[in-house]
Design a protein around this ligand. Structure first.
Ligand SMILES: Cc1ncc(COP(=O)(O)O)c(C=O)c1O
Length: 493
């Protein structure tokens, strides 16, 4: 198999250089190597040494830059550097009638391009950046374990599949501030199939504990499963849930029941992709992404990811069940979407570093602007969860000195009219839903949320910060705020 998961070790001979050496018959001393033989010999030796390097690991930037690329050469052929998009839906058996052990049979069940993406995602959720001092409880023996990654046709398909992997009735505790698509999925699809939900203030651990205990005391809680759903930062108010604190609390509850309770800690980390945050290393059982956003990164892919933890027993239990739902329901992405997501991943670190820096600057600007009532961004010191965000939105940069708080922020204006007017006046920023692309987007959330499940204040605008020059975006916002004030306050001169 030419295309292998990145940084997987290869078996190499014990003394790889020997076969390239020729010796003088008389003296037995080595002769000069031809350049081509030298290249081949040093490649073979580097493969051998790569074993040692692999045990030290490489930084996340390097894993990302090579996402999906073959990590070693077969030594014989000119090899394509970008992986192929493997479109085959079916695979021909060998003449003996048995499918070979390489796993490919039918692409709903497994596909080489999808597998490349799933392997990289599993690696990203658990890898340790070599330059970063890792203080997580899993940093020693477990450091080389990778999560199991599963790709889906959208973020919502990933979420639904994860919930269906649980034993019903499934009692989901969701944050009060959450992507509105989640309660919509419950209302329109899953509530008729044994998935119940309740909104809880996820940033208040005591309130959450009370809610869990209440569910546990019901027949549904005892007979089915409980899922504690975190979305952090949350959509659209940028609230930050303390993942480690919640997971530790849930662990205590588990232990108090002797492990008989099926309870999952799940994190939708769409707003904080792997280069910013790694929820599984903070104790979560499972992490979910809308790959449509930062992972794809160019507003042209629809895809979802689920990664189950190799560190928790609930994560391990879920892994096989998620895979069973994924392949039996067939909620899988096309190979092309997987390929585009792999391509997006190769620049994820650069994109999230850039948009985090720009977002912080814009947040400072908005916070001090006279027309802005409130700016929500976890990187602001004034944000009520700034300390927690600083702990868990690390930024896997080579020095780990800088936090990365992501590219999402929201701000509130005095009225709905003012908010819509600001969105109407921007020239560089685009008026569109979604997030995580190269272009800065602005959205009046209140008018897109279903009336019965609104979470956004009327005057709120959400911004997905892109990769433009920060001064251009700031100026665009400044002008839009001025124009909106003139229009709404009837101050047109
Ligand atoms: C936080 C969050 N989770 C999940 C989703 C759903 O993802 P998708 O649109 O890929 O189904 C979204 C979409 O906006 C989101 O913002």
């Amino acid at each position: 198999m030419l295309f292998i998961a990145p940084f997987r070790r290869r078996c190499v001979p014990r003394n790889p250089i020997k076969k390239f050496m020729s010796t003088s018959k008389e003296s037995g001393t080595p002769l000069h190597l031809l350049p081509s033989a030298a290249g081949a010999a040093s490649y073979a030796l580097s493969e051998k040494l790569a074993d040692e390097q692999a045990s030290r690991g490489v930084s996340m930037s390097t894993i990302l830059s090579h996402a999906g690329l073959p990590m070693s050469h077969d030594g014989k052929h000119n090899q394509p550097l970008s992986p192929p998009i493997n479109l085959a839906t079916t695979y021909e058996r060998p003449p003996d009638g048995h499918y070979a052990d390489d796993g490919w049979v039918y692409s709903r069940e497994s596909n080489p391009t999808r597998k490349l993406l799933e392997d990289v995602m599993g690696q990203l959720e658990t890898t340790i950046s070599t330059q970063v001092v890792d203080t997580s409880p899993t940093s020693n023996d477990d450091s080389c374990k990778h999560a199991d990654g599963y790709a889906f046709s959208s973020g919502m398909a990933a979420i639904a599949s994860l919930l269906l992997a649980h034993k019903s009735p499934v009692n989901v505790l969701i944050p009060t501030d959450v992507y509105h698509g989640l309660p919509t999925q419950f209302a329109k699809a899953l509530s008729d199939h044994g998935v119940l939900h309740k909104s809880v203030n996820m940033t208040n651990c005591d309130a959450l504990k009370d809610s869990i205990e209440k569910v546990m005391s019901t027949d549904n809680g005892r007979g089915g499963s409980i899922v504690v759903w975190m979305e952090t930062p949350s959509n659209p108010l940028c609230q930050v849930t303390d993942i480690k604190r919640v997971c530790d609390m849930v662990d205590e509850i588990r232990q108090s029941t002797g492990g008989s309770l099926r309870i999952t800690t799940a994190v939708d980390s769409t707003w904080a992709p792997p280069f910013i945050s790694q929820p599984l290393k903070l104790g979560a059982d499972v992490v979910v992404h809308s790959g449509t956003k930062y992972l794809g990164g160019h507003s042209d892919v629809l895809l979802g990811i689920v990664c189950t933890s190799p560190f928790t027993s609930q994560g391990k239990w879920l892994s096989e069940r998620v895979r069973a739902v994924q392949t039996s329901i067939g909620s899988v992405p096309s190979p092309f979407e997987c390929w585009l997501t792999l391509r997006g991943l190769r620049t994820l670190h650069l994109r999230v570093e850039r948009c985090s820096k720009t977002a912080l600057e814009l947040a400072h600007f908005l916070e001090s602007h006279p027309s802005v009532v409130k700016c929500h961004y976890p990187g602001l010191r004034s944000h009520s969860h700034h300390d927690i965000a600083s702990k868990q939105m690390k930024g896997m940069t080579s020095t780990n000195e800088n936090n990365l708080f992501g590219g999402m922020l929201s701000f509130e204006l005095e009225s709905e009219a003012m908010a819509v007017a600001v969105a109407g006046a921007v020239r560089i920023i685009r008026r569109a839903t979604s997030l995580g692309g190269t272009e800065t987007l602005i959205e009046h959330r209140y008018s897109i949320e279903p009336p019965e499940r609104r979470v956004s204040p009327k005057g709120l605008l959400r911004v997905s910060v892109g990769l433009e020059d920060v001064n251009d975006v700031k100026e665009d916002l400044e002008k839009a705020l001025q124009i909106a004030a003139k229009v709404v306050l009837k101050d047109i001169k």
